[in-house]
Design a binder for this molecule. Structure first.
Ligand SMILES: [Zn+2]
Ligand SMILES: [Zn+2]
Length: 76
């Protein structure tokens, strides 16, 4: 059996651990996009879902950082 990190924010199916929706409609907002160490928050975009998590970005977690990067809304 695959050992899964209990601190992961999504399950093995890439669904949010809080609301069970796929991670994809979630939006991550960094309080300071130039300094991710300040943390941020994540909300689910699914209608009527009140999933909300504050995040501390563990930048040593490469998998998470990669995912974070794709979720983060960056000003273009
Ligand atoms: Zn949700
Ligand atoms: Zn969620």
């Amino acid at each position: 059996m695959n050992k899964h990190n209990p601190d992961a924010r999504d399950d093995e199916n890439e669904n949010c651990k809080v609301c069970g929706h796929p991670f994809d409609p979630h939006v991550v907002i960094a309080y300071d996009s130039n300094d991710l160490a300040k943390g941020g928050e994540m909300r689910c975009q699914v209608e009527d879902c009140d999933c909300f998590q504050t995040l501390s970005f563990d930048l040593s977690d490469k998998e998470w950082t990669k995912k974070l990067d794709s979720l983060l809304k960056r000003p273009s």
